[in-house]
Design a protein around this ligand. Structure first.
Ligand code: NZQ
Ligand code: ZN
Length: 385
């Protein structure tokens, strides 16, 4: 096992009715900016619950955060923050709203030229407005990590950064929010969480038994409970298991002390930036190719995955690997996600464009061994094309 430091300050308030308890989590006399998306929270009653819970505080609102949140939209929040001396952000939404709030929190204290440089130039974040989260979509794990992914519309760029200063102070996880999700978002969430585990698990063995077995537990839970939630979004117990799985998939625990990959996410972000494919759908397209193209360097872990997750018992290693990839594709499809570029109307010409963009940005030689170069990225996108 590799050395690691694990620390996570986010307090989790899990379960039915927990939104009512957020006032106790917010520092006294805070001036709150409530940040939310396109209005789903007003239709499903979450907005009313939040407003009831924070009625004792001074609060202002910033709405309209888009899926795949934009830098342009986030920057508009800075004026409201300055005008009203906001000192606490409350994000109510899915990964997009939470990531936007994290970027706004850091941008408000950024002293450099342009907060975009946090993403484009890896400029360090030294401080941020504290934030809390009411999560409405289990998927990204953003509710319990310091990551934020922001798009700059004018450049068609989608970039990520990580800072401990934007780790939420608290996150409310009430599985009842799943009931109002569009079906496609249920499937997207399960697949996103699944691939988060894979990015931290399907690398090479370092004898990290706890990390491996927790990772496997999350994968098995997603496979078992995902279809139940898809079939019945009011199934509270299945929803609770999905919600906790997606938080545990990316809160630092299973990634501590093990090599990590993230190739699938990096290539996937290009597909969203260029073609507006939903985040999880990009992962469903890219992961099978990554498993196939990198199968030699990932062999030991793919075989472990095949045995422990899909119960594949076969003495032929190549057949085992192929079957593990096929079962993974079947699972994604069973959750309602298509797995080929052409399913999304993306032309093969796009592959060169993606490779060029990643090369220009220096996003090559990625993955746990830094073995994913231009040729590999091209082959990944070409797999099953
Ligand atoms: O805009 P609203 O009205 O909120 O509607 C949203 C949106 O249209 C809707 N929705 C959310 N909760 C709902 C609901 N509709 C009905 N009932 C509810 N309870 O769902 C749509 C999608 O929401 P979004 O927040 O975009 O989805 P998700 O949570 O999947 O977040 C995706 C974003 O997170 C980033 C992705 O790249 C993408 O930008 N990621 C963030 C990560 C992180 N910070 O750690 C890691 C991930 O790998 C990912 O990259
Ligand atoms: Zn993801």
């Amino acid at each position: 096992m590799n050395n690691f430091v694990f620390n996570n300050q986010a307090r989790v308030l899990f379960g039915k009715g927990q939104i009512a308890n957020i006032a106790d989590e917010i520092p006294e006399d805070s001036k709150i900016l409530l940040i939310y998306g396109g209005g789903s929270i007003k239709l499903n009653g979450i907005y009313d619950q939040v407003i009831d819970a924070i009625s004792e505080f001074e609060y202002h609102e910033f709405e309209g955060i888009e899926p795949n949140p934009s830098y342009e939209k986030c920057m508009k929040a800075l004026e409201i923050i300055e005008e009203n001396e906001i000192d606490f952000l409350l994000a109510v939404g899915g990964g997009s709203v939470v990531d936007a709030a994290k970027f706004i929190a850091a941008a408000a204290f950024f002293e450099g030229n342009d907060p975009w440089d946090i993403l484009a130039l890896n400029d360090e974040v030294f401080d941020a407005i504290p934030l809390g989260v009411v999560l409405t979509l289990p998927a990204t794990g953003t509710e319990m990590n310091g990551n934020s992914v922001i798009s700059r519309t004018e450049y068609k760029e989608k970039l990520a950064y990580t800072s401990p200063f934007v780790l939420p102070l608290f996150s409310v996880l009430d599985p009842q929010v799943i009931e109002s999700l569009p079906k496609i978002q249920v499937g997207n969430g399960v697949v996103d969480a699944f691939v988060h585990v894979i990015e931290q698990y399907l690398t090479y063995p370092v004898d990290a038994k706890i990390q491996d077995r927790i990772a496997e537990g999350i994968l098995l839970t997603l496979i078992e409970e995902g279809p139940k939630v898809l079939a019945d979004q009011t199934n509270y117990d299945a929803g609770a298991n999905i919600m906790w799985s997606s938080t545990m998939a990316l809160n630092g625990l299973i990634g501590s002390g093990v090599p990590q990959d993230w190739t699938t996410h990096m290539i996937g972000h290009e597909l969203t930036a260029l073609h507006m494919v939903d985040h999880a759908q990009t992962l469903a397209i890219v992961l099978p190719g990554v498993m196939h193209v990198m199968k030699e360097s990932k062999k030991d872990k793919i075989i472990q995955y095949a045995k422990r997750i899909w119960s594949i018992e076969n003495n032929d290693e190549q057949k085992t690997i192929k079957e593990a990839i096929d079962r993974t594709i079947e699972f994604f499809e069973s959750m309602g996600l298509k797995t080929r570029l052409k399913d999304y109307g993306i032309h093969v010409n796009s592959i060169d464009k993606i490779v060029d963009r990643m090369e220009a940005r220096g996003d090559i030689n990625i993955g746990e061994h830094k073995l994913v170069g231009i040729d590999e990225i091209r082959k990944v996108l070409d797999y099953r094309n």
